[in-house]
Design a protein around this ligand. Structure first.
Ligand SMILES: Nc1ncnc2c1ncn2[C@@H]1O[C@H](COP(=O)(O)OP(=O)(O)OP(=O)(O)O)[C@@H](O)[C@H]1O
Length: 712
């Protein structure tokens, strides 16, 4: 009822406005008015930029939990028995409409204030005068001061202004838009019952994982501050609406009422089409956030995003002339936030030109982003634009490096890097096929690797992400599905197995490391045929050239030894693949014959079977032998050149020292403990001092201009 009466009020307000003012945009009153009833979606091709982010299987029962680890607080997607509803609303059973949870929601301000003085504990947040639940949570999470983007965005956002925020990856953009929303919600009288909550904020994000992460981050901001203070339903309810999870459960959560929805556009649009009540709530939201707006328009879901944005449009006054005072603020006015690490200069220009473009109503906008921005209901003709994009696109705590090598040697170089510099490494590949090829290879080499791409079930995606988060020395082989927004603590290295095609991709991929002022390392693997792409990348990053990214020093002796291991692993993989393929073909033949009701010639079949069995036997013996050989190789420590002599002359003590100094325990002997950044810096120094390199890497072009692999 309450929701209905407020809707009625809004409607009459908008009607009276409409009689006195000329509208710029038509306001959509019902979902059925929209020209798009259903949106066709591209099939998964498995290639970069087409990860089918919203098209995967339904997954129930994924819970998000925080876990304290030695590397800090880790968010985990727990694929468990508990229901999505429980995780989303922190309600116990939550199923029963008449349960005690429907009782009055406590306003806890006084209780929280009793034992916590934010002006003393968090002086740097004091100027924002935040609700005690928020400050308490910031304190608990050890966010002792706002990050620069938060400091700059909060004053304008808390005053009700529209904000466009551009800041480096990992710089705290989520709370820059999240705190103003929570502050607003906490300043409202608490609803008397859960069911009377009406939607106030809609946050749209491009990937499911990012949407879940944002929802968790916001919930933590309320729940951490409220821990042990009050029981019952949360003061602010944040629901996640994403593909790949039960739509039924999400519907139920929404029916119960949520203050904030964090959604991927595809699933939200699906629900909106069948739920007029939800559509009318979206129409009346107070906050609209586009997180990673540039990405959302890229991945083929623009139509859904556009439809949702159209729903949020309000009646608008005639465009004002530049420099005019913005229209009178109304408490119902929509506040719009657009955030990303990579909103282009073009976009910023477009925002500035927006008013003029509207006034002139001249022609159609030139890009999809223009189109979207023209549609966004920026109340201010000139929204607050905060641009903290770092020079050259990279975070100052990130060290970049590159390896030039021929394509066929990339596996060896990758293996070298993973072995030499242990830690958590996120390897980006441009196609799913590449992940499928590399994964068994790394597994044979006993490297702990997990895949992440769109053709995995959502449950598996979240599981693999969790495993990567909780395994200290591990590798995530991912497509760009993992490039945006994911906040995985302690990713030590980001490796670009192929040169990314756009500057934005490079920036966002790198942004998975060096987050929140931590150190990070990135490695570009560049084949000769990718040089042109690298050059274009450097130019769009406004960098001078590839030489601005230093070459990673490589210990060629070690590389040579690793090559043997890789070759062996590849042979085993080929042999295993052959067996699998034969089995598949045989099954196919049998199934096809059955389907066509054809009897296979029994003599021929048994002859064939006999020869297949013989071949299989031979193959499997060969595979067993190869595996044994690889096992032996893997058991032998890799010894640095000159180290044998040292061990012979100085007895076992040196070995012990080396083992102690080696980051890799028994795996590498004679190599001193180091990390990629130190080696890169030392390598650079050595290079500068050396008159002639002792060994020239043969991965550069020879005199005939041909590219060759190392020592091959
Ligand atoms: N004021 C703060 N002080 C310390 N840490 C913070 C603060 N605000 C946020 N963080 C932490 O910083 C990390 C990065 O924040 P967030 O995910 O919001 O970054 P982002 O700018 O959105 O990154 P991306 O562009 O990659 O999506 C998170 O782990 C978050 O908990």
């Amino acid at each position: 009822m309450a929701a209905q009466s407020s809707k009625a009020k809004r409607k009459s307000a908008s009607t009276s406005q409409s009689s006195s003012r000329k509208k710029q945009k038509r306001v959509v009153d019902s979902i059925s008015e929209l020209p798009w009833k259903s949106v066709s979606r591209p099939a998964n091709s498995g290639f970069e930029g087409d990860e089918g982010i919203l098209e995967l299987e339904e997954v129930d029962d994924v819970e998000i939990v925080y876990e304290e680890t030695e590397n800090g607080r880790v968010m985990k997607f727990k694929v468990s028995e508990s229901t999505l509803d429980d995780a989303q609303n922190n309600e116990t059973s939550g199923e029963d409409e008449d349960s005690p949870l429907e009782e009055t929601i406590k306003d806890d301000i006084l209780e929280v204030e009793e034992d916590f003085d934010a002006s003393v504990e968090l002086p740097e947040w004091a100027a924002f005068n935040l609700h005690p639940l928020i400050t308490r949570s910031l304190h608990k999470q050890k966010f002792m001061k706002p990050t620069p983007i938060q400091s700059s965005a909060l004053p304008a956002a808390l005053k009700g202004k529209d904000v466009v925020g551009i800041a480096e990856t990992g710089s705290g953009k989520t709370l820059a838009y999240g705190i103003p929303i929570l502050q607003y919600l906490l300043s409202q009288p608490p609803p008397s019952k859960l069911s009377t909550r009406s939607l106030k904020a809609l946050i749209l994000a491009p990937t499911r994982e990012l949407a879940l992460q944002v929802a968790t981050h916001l919930r933590a901001c309320i729940e951490e501050g409220d821990k042990g203070k009050s029981s019952g339903p949360p003061r602010v309810s944040v629901a996640a609406v994403i593909g790949g999870m039960s739509a039924q459960k999400q519907r139920r959560v929404l029916e119960r009422g949520a203050d904030v929805i964090v959604a991927t556009p595809g699933r939200l649009w699906d629900l909106l089409q069948e739920d007029d009540n939800l559509a009318s709530q979206v129409k009346n939201i107070k906050f609209l956030v586009l997180d990673e707006a540039d990405r959302m328009i890229e991945i083929g879901h623009f139509a859904e995003l556009d439809n949702i944005v159209r729903l949020t449009l309000r009646p608008e006054e005639d465009a004002t002339v530049e420099g005019d005072v913005p229209p009178q603020e109304s408490p119902d006015a929509l506040q719009t936030f657009v955030f990303s690490a990579t909103l282009s200069r073009d976009l910023q220009q477009n925002l500035k030109k927006r008013k003029r473009a509207i006034r002139k109503k001249s022609g159609s906008p030139s890009t999809t982003l223009d189109e979207l921005l023209l549609k966004l209901d920026f109340r201010d003709p000139d929204p607050e634009i905060i641009d903290f994009s770092p020079k050259g696109g990279v975070v100052s705590t990130l060290k970049e490096s590159r390896i030039d090598c021929v394509t066929k040697d990339k596996d060896v170089y990758l293996y070298y890097f993973l072995l030499r510099y242990t830690g958590r490494s996120l390897v980006f590949l441009s196609a799913i096929d590449g992940i499928r090829r590399l994964l068994p290879l790394l597994e044979l080499l006993q490297v702990k690797a997990f895949p992440l791409h769109s053709q995995l079930q959502q449950r598996q995606r979240l599981k693999n992400l969790d495993r990567f988060k909780s395994t200290p020395n591990s590798v995530l082989l991912a497509t760009d599905i993992a490039a945006r927004g994911l906040d995985i603590p302690s990713v030590d290295h980001v490796i670009h197995y192929q040169i990314p095609r756009t500057a934005d991709t490079y920036i966002h991929r790198n942004g998975r490391t060096a987050r929140a002022s931590r150190d990070g390392f990135s490695l570009l693997m560049c084949a000769p045929e990718e040089k042109r792409v690298l050059k274009a990348l450097m130019s769009s990053l406004h960098r001078e050239g590839e030489n601005e990214i230093p070459e990673m020093p490589i210990e060629l002796d070690l590389l040579d030894k690793l090559k043997n291991r890789i070759q062996l692993a590849k042979k085993i993989d080929v042999a295993q693949h052959k067996v699998k393929k034969e089995k598949h073909e045989k099954n196919w033949l049998r199934e096809t014959a059955e389907a066509m009701e054809i009897d296979l010639d029994s003599d021929l079949a048994s002859e064939e079977e006999e020869s297949t069995n013989k071949r299989k036997e031979k193959d499997s013996q060969q595979t067993i032998a190869l595996k044994a050989e690889l096992k032996k190789l893997l058991a032998q420590p890799l010894v640095a050149s000159g180290a044998y002599k040292k061990y012979l002359t100085s007895g076992s003590r040196a070995i012990v020292d080396d083992l102690l100094n080696s980051q890799h325990g028994e795996g590498l002997l004679g190599f001193t403990r180091s990390d990629a950044k130190t080696d890169l810096l030392n390598g650079k120094k050595t290079k500068a001092k050396a008159k002639k390199p002792a060994k020239v890497k043969s991965t550069t072009a020879n005199e005939d201009g041909e590219w060759t692999g190392f020592d091959s």
